[in-house]
Design a protein. Structure first.
Length: 115
């Protein structure tokens, strides 16, 4: 299993970013995937979950209405569209696969929201 995040960076408050997570090494189209983030000095937080069929079944209250998860099973990729970014969204963002009771993580991608 390999998960590789991309699309992070520095953005001003109110701006947008689109994260991607490219997956390989497993049958991508049959697994639910999730996005997590970890802010400095805090634990890892689940922020979004999307089913194998592309249904977003969970958003954390802190991102609801601003973030949208999606997936492209033909490209083995999930995306996280982040709008209305706030300084408190600054964190390292990870995609996660839960497969056969084992969690797999990408290397993480930094998102910094600052003026």
């Amino acid at each position: 299993v390999q998960l590789v995040e991309s699309g992070g960076g520095l953005v001003q408050p109110g701006g947008s970013l689109r994260l991607s997570c490219a997956a390989s090494g497993f049958t991508f189209s049959t697994y639910t995937m999730s996005w997590y983030r970890q802010a400095p000095g805090k634990g890892r937080e689940l922020i979004a979950t999307i089913t194998s069929a592309g249904v977003s079944i969970y958003y954390a209250d802190s991102v609801k209405g601003r973030f949208t998860s999606s997936r492209d099973n033909a490209e083995n990729t999930i995306h996280l569209q982040m709008n209305g970014l706030k300084p408190e969204d600054t964190a390292v963002y990870y995609c996660e696969l839960l497969k056969e009771s084992r969690a797999y993580w990408g290397q993480g991608i930094q998102v910094t929201v600052s003026s």
